[in-house]
Design a protein around this ligand. Structure first.
Ligand SMILES: [Mg+2]
Length: 382
């Protein structure tokens, strides 16, 4: 199953509403689809994403890294060996995990299709995981579909509360409120949200690195009585000691996102007691192969993980769903609301979130059919 063709396809679909976080505002997808073909005739698709003000590169950078370095590096390789694909990609260019995610996901989709198995079953029912040096996870407790978190961007208290109310009415049981621009205003918004959604809805907050140590401690101590599931990335990504200080001082768990790209980042954070919970994102961590290694390490350290997202459209969201299903220590609701955030999608049919929950696409690979006409319509040419 050697790789004979790989194409990178940037596409741009508008969001229904601009999404404002402490580091910037997103108005459309900055994603690149990777289409991978093997000599067996199977085709796999991967979606990679970015948000330049968070991750340091934009859509054109993703496309350039894929076309100039990563695609040439994996041409001719055996698609059934993701570890070898990552080794080849790392030799071609370090870092750039979000671009590597596109190749990784396309390869997993292709492996699943070639074996006629959904990707989550590759891990749970075959020896595929063992051959990669990863454990074969026991079947996790499973009640059929995945609870999804909905995120609320930074806005006025009244609008934030209105959004939160609508999301709860739509069936979401977990909300994530973005904070990090102005501590006092953040406190007022989170208070308002808790007031309108009541005590039964899980509420997490994410500062996207927006605070310094002093402002974080002051405002988060006041926020704790609101009953938060966890507090995500209050400080800058490099400030592991600052996060350790907050984790020691606060009763609410501290979650790390932008501080954890690699397993070595996770090791450093957990050894220094800076992370009570780790946010796993397939794009940020470089795809399923690498993210599973981080999850496995966290499991050995008894640190729970949750599945974060980068507002993926359907192909990337399907990959998240398969990862969620096959990773035992992923807890709580997953941040997989991406397909509901855009005015359109590149898959037919797109994934639907019903009552705040999502069914895993159960076809071979990630179980998603791509819509080639839509892809052409939303394609960006560089
Ligand atoms: Mg985050």
């Amino acid at each position: 199953m050697n790789i004979v063709d790989v194409e990178a396809i940037p596409f741009r679909i508008p969001l229904k509403h601009p999404f404002k976080i402490a580091l910037g505002t997103l108005t459309h997808s900055n994603h690149v689809l990777v289409r991978m073909t093997s000599d067996s005739g199977h085709v796999g698709w991967g979606e990679c994403t970015t948000f330049h003000s968070v991750y340091g590169y934009d859509q054109k950078s993703l496309y350039d890294v894929l076309t100039r370095y990563l695609i040439p590096a994996v041409m001719g390789c055996d698609s059934r060996d993701p570890g070898e694909l990552h080794r080849k990609m790392d030799l071609a260019i370090p870092f750039n995990l979000m671009a590597k995610c596109g190749i990784d996901l396309a390869a997993w989709d292709l492996i699943g299709k070639a074996q006629n198995l959904p990707v989550h079953r590759l891990f749970r029912e075959t020896g595929e995981a063992d051959t990669m040096g990863l454990e074969k996870p026991a079947d996790r407790k499973w009640d059929g579909d995945i609870p999804v978190t909905a995120a609320v961007g930074i806005d006025s208290p009244a609008h934030t509360a209105q959004m939160a109310r609508q999301l709860v009415e739509a069936g979401f049981q977990t909300l994530k409120v973005k904070i990090g621009l102005d501590p006092e205003a953040d406190l007022a918004r989170v208070r308002k949200v808790r007031e309108v959604i009541g005590d039964q809805i899980r509420l997490r907050v994410d500062a996207n690195q927006g605070y310094d140590r002093t402002s974080a401690l002051a405002v988060l101590e006041k926020m704790e009585p609101l009953g938060l599931e966890w507090i995500e990335q209050p400080l800058q990504d490099w400030d592991i000691d600052g996060h350790a200080m907050l984790a020691a001082r606060l009763k609410t768990p501290v979650a790390l996102d932008e501080s954890v790209y690699t397993i070595h980042d996770a090791m450093a954070a957990i050894e220094r007691k800076a992370a009570d919970v780790v946010n796993l994102k397939l794009p940020r961590c470089g795809g399923i192969y690498r993210t599973r290694k981080i999850a496995k390490y966290c499991r050995e350290q008894a640190v729970p993980c949750f599945l974060g997202g980068c507002i993926e459209t359907t192909p990337g969201t399907a990959a998240q769903a398969h990862f969620y299903r096959s990773t035992p220590n992923v807890v709580s609701a997953a941040e997989m609301e991406g397909p509901a955030c855009y005015v359109d999608d590149v898959a037919c049919p797109p994934i639907r979130i019903v009552n705040g929950r999502m069914k895993i696409p159960e076809g071979p690979g990630f179980g998603v059919e791509l819509d080639l006409e839509k892809i052409e319509h939303y394609r960006v040419r560089y």
